[in-house]
Design a protein around this ligand. Structure first.
Ligand code: NAD
Length: 406
């Protein structure tokens, strides 16, 4: 079959690679000239394992272009453009609308972008010449291609029986659980999944404040809770809060849609509030003075990616700079606009604080003597990830919700 994919970001490029690996012909459309140039030379514009190899090995099945019109002959057109937050928190659908306004032929369109409940039904009414289905994407950055090849589930939201059956046949080959449902259910499964994971994180962050006060260890609590299969250990790590391009914006979009429906989603609102204040909670553990130097270790919003969208490190740096503190960052692959060292040692040299913000292996596994070059050896573990937390030698260590050391 022949597929067209509009938008070759994390989702679009992973989808393109997955379809090419499955033997299909794919036309990928990307509007950003620099990204397209990199892709055409065989290089993904971001760090994702396995994609460069697929682009190379399956080059004869892949066409890369900037023109949407080149997708006229495809069997399915997949939309993977961004759906960022507007200033009022609602979901900005303008990238999707811009693509639709350029289409001149009838298409079967599969939306893989995350959109608010009701969007696909509305598009079916607004653009009757096309048939829309939504297949929300659940991939995690850093393992995007693996997730596309073997997702935990595929959710197909479609009211057109023929298209739904066709999509079930295509995705059925992945051999994973398949849910065929209405578009509004599919859209909400995606938003609810992200909101639930984000709420798990906020639940632990909220509790971490009590753990600090009461002298408990939130990591041990998470381990104990996580052994219950009804709870599960994932997303129970207290820390600096969630960031990234999905959780904050999808939580905001969900709250916005709810308020339009005159519903107050109190749990989700509270989870958002906890997240917004968690960075202040981390900051309250530092006693910074002007001209101090703070090393921020790990910049990406999570390990395994170079994605800096809504990364907590940026907000943290922003707060520090506002207090006249010198900030220097280190990350194995991500970059930012603040000063950045090329090694951990360089970042730590002369620093008054080291803050672990992204739990890359390299940073988590630092030996206590790696901090010898610091002016003051004060460590803030904003991910509760440093292994030596319980035996840090003569460094001062403070985690989140695990303040009391034996
Ligand atoms: P992204 O910003 O990395 O990629 C979007 C791409 O679309 C960009 O490269 C942009 O240049 C391109 N684009 C925009 N308009 C275009 C047009 N008219 N023609 C051609 N290209 C165009 O975004 P992403 O992270 O891949 O996310 C895409 C969607 O998938 C969002 O709705 C997001 O919420 C959802 N999603 C993302 C993830 C994730 O982990 N990143 C996971 C699941 C779902």
């Amino acid at each position: 079959m022949k597929f067209g994919i509009i938008g070759l970001g994390y989702v679009g490029l992973a989808t393109l690679c997955g379809l090419a690996k499955a033997g299909h012909h794919v036309i990928g459309v990307e509007a950003d000239e620099e990204k397209l140039r990199l892709l055409m030379s065989g290089h993904p514009p971001f760090h994702e394992p396995g994609m460069a190899e697929v682009l190379q090995e399956h080059a004869d099945q892949i066409t890369l272009t900037s023109r949407i019109a080149d997708t006229e002959q495809v069997d399915y057109l997949i939309l993977a453009v961004g759906t960022p937050s507007k200033s009022d928190g609602s979901c900005d659908l303008s990238y999707i609308e811009a693509v639709l306004s350029e289409l001149n032929t009838k298409h079967k369109i599969v939306i893989r972008s995350s959109v608010p409940p009701g969007t696909t039904d509305l598009l079916n009414i607004m653009y009757p010449s096309h048939t829309f289905a939504i297949v929300p994407e659940f991939l995690q950055e850093g393992r995007a291609l693996a997730d596309v090849m073997k997702p935990h589930r595929v959710v197909i939201g479609c009211v057109n029986l023929e298209v739904a059956e066709d999509l079930a046949g295509i995705y059925g080959r992945l051999g994973v659980p398949l849910i065929c449902t209405t578009p509004i259910n599919a859209e909400l499964i995606k938003y609810a999944s992200n909101a639930f994971l984000a709420t798990k994180i906020s639940f632990m962050n909220d509790l971490s404040r009590l753990a600090d006060q009461a002298g408990a260890d939130i990591s041990t609590i998470a381990d104990g809770m996580g052994l219950d299969p009804r709870i599960g250990r994932s997303f129970l790590n207290a820390g600096i809060g969630y960031g990234g391009s999905c959780f904050p914006k999808d939580m905001n979009a969900l709250l916005h849609v709810a308020s339009e429906n005159e519903i107050d989603l109190r749990v989700i609102r509270a989870a958002t509030k906890v997240n917004e204040t968690q960075i202040e909670y981390v900051l309250s553990k530092l006693n910074v003075e002007p001209n101090m130097r703070v090393a921020i270790l790990g910049l990406a919003f999570k390990p395994g990616t170079d994605d800096m969208r809504d990364a907590p490190s940026i907000l943290l740096a922003h707060h520090m700079v506002a207090r006249n503190v010198d900030v220097i960052g280190y990350d194995p692959i991500a970059t930012w606009d603040y000063p950045q060292a090329t090694t951990v040692e360089e970042a730590l040299k002369g620093a008054d604080y080291a803050i672990l913000v992204t739990e890359w292996d390299e940073i988590v596994n630092l030996a206590p003597d790696a901090f010898n070059g610091m002016r003051q050896r004060r460590l803030i573990d904003a991910r509760n990830a440093w292994k030596f937390a319980r035996d840090p030698g003569d460094v001062s260590y403070e985690g989140i919700g695990r303040m009391q050391r034996p």
